[in-house]
Ligand binder design. Sequence first.
Ligand SMILES: O=C(O)CCC(=O)C(=O)O
Ligand SMILES: [Fe+2]
Length: 158
Amino acid sequence: MSCSGGRVMVGHYYPYCPEPNKTVGIASHTDPGVLTVLLQDQVGGLQVKHDGKWVNVKPVHGALVINVGDLLQMISNDKYISVEHRVYANPQHEPRVSIAVFCNPSIRDDLYGPLPELVSPEVPALYQQFTYSEFMRKFFTKELDGKSLIKYFSLENK
Ligand SMILES: O=C(O)CCC(=O)C(=O)O
Ligand SMILES: [Fe+2]
């Protein structure tokens, strides 16, 4: 798999929100692809779910946040787990800007699934194989919610 052909850059702009407890910046989700590289500014607002609790990701000047996505979870047969994250509505009187680069496979019709090296009679595959086209079709028809892509391709009932 190569990341070079499948990178997408997205810029997010979160304006000041006078009533932040009535809405969200981005609802809780996992990123679908392999890895996401994220640059935050100094405003903050990103949270990740850790041990069932939302934890603030403190913005550090010059630092990049790397999120594991659903594809990496499935290809690694759960060696890496995709991270649930969200952004709260911005209560600061200055806008928040973030830039995300999504690293995805570049070949749509190859089969993806747990890498053969990670699967054995003792450690069975946890996910079915799928093409990236099929994966993205499913992604675009799902709600922006927790782990439904992972559940859809899972061979177990998670
Ligand atoms: O703005 C952020 O910090 C996060 C953006 C995000 O989660 C995404 O683009 O998938
Ligand atoms: Fe995200």
